[in-house]
Design a protein around this ligand. Structure first.
Ligand SMILES: Cc1cc2nc3c(=O)[nH]c(=O)nc-3n(C[C@H](O)[C@H](O)[C@H](O)COP(=O)(O)OP(=O)(O)OC[C@H]3O[C@@H](n4cnc5c(N)ncnc54)[C@H](O)[C@@H]3O)c2cc1C
Length: 396
């Protein structure tokens, strides 16, 4: 297969835009087809760990993002009721000295906006109202045609499916199959700090409790607090995977929790409820001239806060692979490099559900106590695990 001059990307999410920018910076013509009629992201926060920041820095976005971020002092796991610390890992300056990159909290809309601006500045073509339905390989021309719902087609050397967990590109490549409901739902919301009647710690905080957990952290220099409240459920009856949440039901589900949690929920005006879905590791990530990245390829529970970070790492490495050698070799190399890492992080994310939700009754609490003891007596054990995630540098 020939080399790559032009790439079409399905989906202008964080993964698709990161790929477009990385390719454009390599001199590849990038076209992004997005189904939405306007560009934007859901109103929620993202934890961006140093491994993601190393890529964003290499793409020239660090200084554009800096004015919008919040720098947490620690990553913590605390008891849902007493507030006792099971884990308290320093971030802030210590993250920079350990990983040579910061740990930031960003509003998804801010990261998305910075990516869009950078893509436009690099000459990426962003096509809206562009719902991709399927693709057609043209072996004779060494090309792939990307076909839209309205009949338009786009030719390219490679098609990247960055179209999220319900990816049409994945479906064509591997056959129809719904993602699996992971037995958890998440309420998400953002509260203006001016509405809060109390202060919360400037940390990335997981509140662990039986059958559920709550995540809270500041955004935009401390202007907002972001929350994610996760609850175990047997099923998800709604057709939609996201719907308006009932704020009273959310308050009820977390009633009796620590004052920082109940204080945030008391001030929250609205919330969205998400079904958390996943997939097992895919048998193949590419076929012919089509390739997957991000949630289209390896959706994960958000319990390591690494889904978007993995999409950003994928995007950078795929762009590097496509800039060297033939398409066939590039796609094999991309999958070889990325699959072990993303599969491992999918597993780590799943394992955290057990820890955060005190699964196993009294043993669940014992696991948190063991973590507390380990973080005091053998902090290097915890640090080594975190280093494997945050210390990774996709740009090397
Ligand atoms: C509650 C929660 C909290 C999270 N917190 C974090 C966190 O703190 N840190 C972190 O790193 N990750 C986090 N994640 C994970 C992260 O949100 C996702 O992994 C990430 O957004 C995936 O990006 P993506 O670009 O692959 O897909 P998406 O964000 O899903 O983007 C896909 C894009 O494709 C478009 N699209 C879909 N179908 C088509 C089509 N047929 N044609 C054209 N366009 C199409 C969509 O409109 C969308 O714009 C969290 C997730 C959840 C649910």
């Amino acid at each position: 297969m020939s080399q790559v001059n032009r790439v079409v990307i399905a989906g202008a999410g964080i993964g698709g835009l990161s790929a477009a920018l990385a390719l454009a910076k390599q001199g590849v013509q990038a076209v992004v087809c997005e189904q939405a009629s306007h560009l934007g992201e859901v109103g929620a926060g993202l934890q961006m760990s140093p491994n993601a920041l190393k890529v964003l820095r290499k793409l020239g976005l660090e200084s554009a993002l800096r004015p919008f971020v919040f720098v947490p002092e620690h990553a913590t796991i605390r008891d849902f009721k007493s507030g006792e610390y099971y884990l308290k890992v320093p971030l802030g300056e210590q993250a920079i000295s350990r990983y040579d990159a910061p740990y930031w909290h960003v509003h998804r809309a801010d990261l998305h906006h910075v990516l869009v601006e950078a893509c436009l500045a690099e000459g990426v073509e962003l096509v809206l109202n562009a719902t991709v339905t399927h693709y057609v390989e043209n072996a004779a021309l060494d090309q792939v045609s990307v076909c839209l719902e309205d009949g338009r087609t786009f030719e390219s050397d490679v098609l990247i499916g960055a179209d999220g967990i319900r990816s049409k590109i994945r479906e064509q490549m591997l056959g129809p199959e719904s993602p699996t409901f992971m037995g958890q739902v998440a309420w998400r919301g953002v509260v203006p700090v001016s509405d809060l009647k109390m202060t919360i710690k400037p940390d990335a905080c997981v509140w662990a409790g039986p059958g559920r957990h709550f995540v809270s952290y500041y955004l935009r220099g401390g202007e907002y607090v972001n929350f994610v409240a996760v609850e175990e459920r047997n099923d998800w009856r709604s057709e939609s995977w996201r719907e308006e949440g009932d704020i009273d039901a959310l308050r009820q589900a977390f009633s009796g929790w620590h004052p920082e949690v109940s204080g945030i929920l008391a001030s929250a005006q609205s919330t969205f409820l998400w079904a958390l879905n996943g997939r097992d590791s895919l048998a193949i990530w590419h076929k012919g001239r089509a390739v997957l990245l991000g949630d289209a390829c390896h959706p994960m529970l958000p319990f390591m806060a690494q889904g978007a970070a993995m999409a950003i790492e994928d995007a950078y490495i795929l762009a590097q692979c496509l800039s060297n050698g033939t398409v066939a070799d590039a796609l094999i190399k991309y999958e070889d490099v990325r699959k072990p890492r993303t599969t491992n992080i999918q597993k780590m994310s799943k394992a955290n559900a057990g820890l955060y939700h005190m699964q196993g009754g009294v043993f669940g609490k014992m696991k948190l106590k063991a973590l507390q003891a380990a973080s005091r007596l053998a902090p290097h054990v915890i640090q080594t695990k975190l280093d494997s995630v945050y210390g990774y540098d996709a740009t090397k």
